[in-house]
Design a protein around this ligand. Structure first.
Ligand code: C2E
Ligand code: CA
Ligand code: CA
Length: 710
């Protein structure tokens, strides 16, 4: 019985073990052929068994893994998942799933989904762990792609997915925001829901043709929002094709470019228009002139360019302030527009320079010139009317230069230059005037260019000397001299200032040149001071606008007096009214500073300008220099005589001396003496002479003083 029992017991155990082996073999078979890796771990997580899938999945053979910790192969960030799930497995039966990155033989990681289950003994203790691992990299990638795609679909850009027939299948939020149609309103409708009607059928035909040919199209399209607004969008349409190449869907992506277009327009406006007057600027004028030239060649009709410059803008700007100056420019712009036809162009080049371009004038040059003249005169008159600037009122005038263009003319820069040149001619001719360009002016430009180069060289090489013209009092005694500049040109001989002073002004060469004059004159004064018989002589020098405007003009004078040792009381600076008027405050400040050391000022060419008595009182002057034209006319011309008398009277009442220049005849001298003018300069007493000749004549004169300086 016992035996039988034993046999029974044995056979039962044997049976159990056989069954176990069978099942183990079955599982082993399953495990060996599973595409997932199946592993048995001990409770510490070490591999006890690994199925062959470890090789196909991770490139690792079983021997490499046995005895190693499963966590050794987990991504550092995922290691922590293991102890947690093993703890749970021990605490409670059941299957746990974890997803982690597992290291492969090649050093890369695969996304793996593992199921973890405990194997328990009779006392329900976990003695082993079964772990399966499935590679889910592809699945995860697909999921990620979907997620990204879903996010991407909700971008700033509006998106439409439509069927091949144009039925809207899906739209994103940006679509609704831009178009005003909710997804529910749009889906099921056709894409032409958004059509603005701004494009013709040809436009759409070309678009669909491009999509059919290349699979895509992009460009600017005007569409209509739900509220009826038409707006510009930047649209890209892409065809989605099925396996056989047939179009299954279209994807449209678009951005609302209303803002961008507005900015572009603003930028364009900035680039081509003057912000102050809203007139076309130089660039746009050049474009239009180019076009006008082309048109003119075709139609044979002439065009005209009028270069307009305000005469006293700087003064207005300085006295009334820049705000008022701006107002003036705006009013000038309006008046100019009112003077021309709609098709003509009014442009502002900058500052107070404007250009009017007239097109489509007569085919005949003379007639065209006459037409341009009419417009020019209209402009002169219009700009001469008083201006009301806020609370103040002011007057202005303009100088206009005109040139014709047409068939005979191809170069646009040349046209502008010609008009500019003619404008300068108007300025020189007394302002508030209009001049036409002519070929002689052209020659003058070329000559000027040569002269400028020569002048530059002459200043560098010191080709200048001073001549001295005597100044006498009413008893004929020599009181001093005016220093007058001469250029000893190597080829052209002696050149007089009227040939080069204005050029020196324009080129800035007047600054070094003027300094040289100042130094020479002061040096001369110092030299005379050492000779008793002529130590009393004064010397007058001419100062030009460009020199006077220098910020360091005062310092320059003081430093030169200092370095030469000249007596400031013997030096006179001759200024003209026009240069003072530019900035009267500054002029007074500079003159006052120089006057404190004893230097005198004389107002040159007096009686010809627009002398204003109010400012004359404020200027720290010592002398008025009566202009030559008055001197030569006064004896016979009652008008000039009256002015001459007034000048003397004025000088007396202001406590100023008067000297008359250009006195050539005894009649003139007597007249001047009769009206009370006590100082003279002119050929009657002596021409401007080189230093040696001047000094020689002095010694002769000093020996025959009684006869006066004649
Ligand atoms: P301005 O200051 O009015 O000088 C007087 C001009 O009249 C001188 O001409 C002189 O030679 C001339 N003149 C003198 N007496 C008579 C006369 O009886 N009859 C006639 N018909 N003319 C007479 P110039 O030397 O040719 O100088 C012309 C102008 O050039 C000067 O006019 C002055 O404005 C300017 N200038 C001369 N030297 C200088 C200088 O060193 N610096 C500057 N900035 N300008 C100068
Ligand atoms: Ca002078
Ligand atoms: Ca003069």
């Amino acid at each position: 019985m016992k035996m039988a029992l034993a046999i029974d017991a044995f056979s039962e155990r044997e049976l159990f073990e056989t069954k176990l082996k069978e099942s183990e073999a079955r599982y082993r078979l399953l495990a060996d052929h599973s595409s997932d890796m199946i592993a048995v771990l001990d409770v510490e997580g070490r591999y006890l068994y690994v199925s062959p899938a470890s090789f196909s999945l991770f490139g690792q053979i079983q021997e490499e893994l046995l005895g190693r910790l499963a966590t050794d192969f987990a991504h550092p960030d995922d290691v922590a998942l293991f102890p947690a799930s093993i703890r749970e497995t021990q605490a409670e039966p059941g299957v746990r799933t974890i997803t982690f990155r597992r290291l492969r033989k090649d050093g890369q990681y695969s996304w793996v989904e593992s199921k973890i289950q405990g194997v328990r003994d009779a006392d329900n203790n976990v003695i082993q762990i079964i772990l399966t691992a499935r590679d889910i990299s592809e699945r995860r990638q697909a999921e990620e792609d979907r997620r990204v795609a879903a996010i991407a679909f909700e971008t700033q850009e509006g998106l439409i997915i439509s069927a091949a027939d144009g039925t809207i299948l899906r739209v994103n939020q940006a679509f609704s925001k831009i178009t005003g149609y909710s997804a529910a309103e749009a889906v099921g409708r056709k894409t032409n829901l958004l059509k603005s009607g701004r494009h013709d059928p040809v436009f759409y035909a070309a678009m669909w043709e491009a999509i059919a040919r290349t699979g895509t199209w992009h460009g600017e399209v005007w569409n209509r929002r739900k509220n009826g607004d038409v707006y510009p969008e930047w649209l890209t349409i892409t065809a989605v094709k099925g396996p056989a190449g047939e179009v299954t869907h279209y994807v449209g992506a678009f951005a609302d470019i209303t803002q961008r277009k507005a900015t572009e327009d603003a930028i364009e406006h900035l680039a081509f228009y003057d912000p102050l007057t809203r007139l076309p600027n130089r660039r746009l004028l050049q474009d239009r002139l180019q076009q006008a030239l082309a048109t003119s060649v075709r139609t044979k009709r002439e065009g005209a360019l009028l270069f307009i410059d305000l005469d006293n803008f700087k003064t207005i700007n300085d006295t009334l302030g820049h705000d008022q100056g701006d107002l003036l420019l705006q009013q000038v712009a309006l008046r100019l527009i009112a003077c021309v036809r709609e098709a003509d162009t009014v442009a502002r080049l900058g500052g107070d320079e404007f250009v009017v371009m007239l097109e489509d004038l007569s085919e005949n040059r003379n007639d065209a010139a006459a037409q341009a003249k009419v417009v020019g005169e209209k402009i002169l008159a219009a700009l001469h009317n008083p201006y009301k600037l806020g609370s103040s009122e002011c007057e202005s005038s303009s100088s206009i230069g005109v040139t014709l263009f047409g068939d005979h003319h191809q170069n646009m820069d040349e046209i502008l230059k010609q008009a500019d040149l003619a404008m300068y001619r108007s300025k020189a001719g007394g302002r508030n005037a209009m001049y036409f360009f002519n070929p002689e002016m052209q020659l003058a430009i070329a000559a000027r260019a040569t002269l400028e180069a020569d002048l530059r060289k002459a200043v560098r090489d010191g080709e200048f000397i001073l001549h001295y013209q005597p100044q006498v009092d009413n008893s004929g005694l020599l009181t001093g001299a005016e220093a007058l500049l001469r250029w000893q040109h190597s080829e052209r001989g002696v050149m007089f200032p009227d040939r080069f002073i204005s050029l020196a002004e324009e080129t800035g060469l007047i600054v070094p040149l003027g300094r040289r004059v100042l130094e020479t004159a002061c040096g001369q004064l110092a030299a005379w001071a050492r000779r008793q018989e002529i130590a009393h002589l004064t010397l007058a020098i001419n100062v030009s606008a460009g020199q006077f405007r220098q910020a360091d003009f005062v310092e320059q004078i003081l430093a030169t007096l200092d370095s030469t040792g000249a007596d400031p009381r013997k030096l006179t600076l001759e200024l003209t009214e026009s240069m003072l008027l530019d900035d009267i405050e500054d002029a007074i400040a500079k003159m006052s500073a120089i006057k404190t050391v004893g230097v005198s000022f004389s107002l040159d060419d007096f009686g010809t300008g627009y002398s204003s008595l109010t400012y004359l009182k404020n200027l720290p002057l010592s002398q008025l220099k009566m202009d030559r034209s008055l001197v030569s006319n006064a004896p016979s011309d009652p008008n000039a005589a009256a002015i001459a008398k007034t000048i003397v009277f004025l000088a007396q009442s202001l406590g100023l001396a008067v000297i008359a220049e250009g006195v050539e005849t005894e009649v003139q001298r007597e007249f001047l003496e009769s009206i009370g003018c006590r100082g003279y300069q002119g050929y009657l007493f002596g021409r401007p002479l080189p230093l040696e000749v001047f000094e020689d004549s002095l010694s002769q004169k000093s020996s025959s003083r009684s006869t006066g300086f004649k």
